[in-house]
Design a protein around this ligand. Sequence first.
Ligand SMILES: NC(=O)c1ccc[n+]([C@@H]2O[C@H](COP(=O)([O-])OP(=O)(O)OC[C@H]3O[C@@H](n4cnc5c(N)ncnc54)[C@H](OP(=O)(O)O)[C@@H]3O)[C@@H](O)[C@H]2O)c1
Length: 385
Amino acid sequence: MKPPLTTGTVVRDAGHRRPLAGLRFRSTFPSRLPRAGGSVQPSLRAEHYGTVRAIVLKGSGGPEVMSLSEVPDPEPGHGEVLIEVDAAGLNRADLLQRQGHYPPPPGASPLLGLECSGVIAALGDGVREWAVGDRVCALLSGGGYAERVVVPATQVLPVPDALDLGAAAGLPEVAATVWSNLVMTARLRADQLVLVHGGGSGIGTHAIQVAKALGARVAVTAGSADKLARCAELGADVLINYKEDDFVAVVRAQRSSAGGIGADVILDNMGAAYLGRNVDALAEHGRLVVIGMQGGVSAELNLGVLLRKWGTVHANNVRARPATGVGSKAEIVGEVRRQLWPLVADGTVAPVIAAELPIEEAAEAHRLLDSGEVFGKVVLRVREL
Ligand SMILES: NC(=O)c1ccc[n+]([C@@H]2O[C@H](COP(=O)([O-])OP(=O)(O)OC[C@H]3O[C@@H](n4cnc5c(N)ncnc54)[C@H](OP(=O)(O)O)[C@@H]3O)[C@@H](O)[C@H]2O)c1
């Protein structure tokens, strides 16, 4: 097993690091503010609320439809906190939303951005567990590409001291998605074999580390030798170039935890294109969890194959989950904080940051993620540190 990364280690791709010169941030918030005591401080509201800069969509289409504009400053409601955003993580879902294929769920901010990091600037009524000035990151339903965002307090996570806020912006969405699917849904355990499709993606780079920390064996697919080599550095045991190798044959050459063949768990980003082959690659009692539909939404499945293996197919989405209750974002973030966050705090699981670009270059950041050239996450710097 790979040695744990040192505390607060951030795996970065220096080749894509962009200078932050020219990034302007107009906020006058101090970095630390006194505790607000459970409600929004009137002085803060009067002094600072007005407008904030955010990336808005002028329509649906390519990266050029994004522009940096002024939008109304959000105010935290009951049970919410206001975050002064340092950085926002990019996700493939942002590209789909920009193209008009992934509308925000009802009630969510229309702005892009499913995760952010920053400092708590104000507390809504009823919030007791956070204080103004806390360094945090948060799972959002939208609105992260902005200088300030409001979010239910139950979707906020503390940023360990050793981790910089920019890197922390790339954690909440992958942490919630990977933990809820690999652990809460698929019940991945030590010695089981998990196949992670797209090992070099934001999701994949996190899933490899989480699975290794659980003691599982990890097979990954990726589209290049370079990405596979980097997956191996993160701990992946079985490397499959999906452009050259038949992943079903490679995975079926592996032993499952029960001594059979195939993968105990598959984390899938391709949907329809891989459905039949994923089921072929499952071991007895295997669990396929579909989280992406990059290969389409509609496919035929031979249920006989699934039935003979006592297999299960799940399809899950984090963004559309309710804020509270059974199966909610609050439940997932609570489990992430309780079980995964100690591994983040001690550096066993670290953000893998491919590139950081200033918010002014959001269009370029989208092009970069879409290019497939990045390994790990792309992050937008909203505020210069
Ligand atoms: N359901 C949810 O709640 C949820 C939440 C977050 C993300 N997701 C999904 O998870 C997936 C990853 O998200 P992300 O933001 O981390 O995306 P990303 O960084 O943009 O990565 C996309 C990945 O797809 C891989 N890929 C492309 N064609 C492939 C193929 N034929 N076989 C295997 N892999 C292939 C790419 O691999 P190469 O670059 O090596 O070609 C790349 O690693 C996306 O499908 C996204 O929609 C779902």
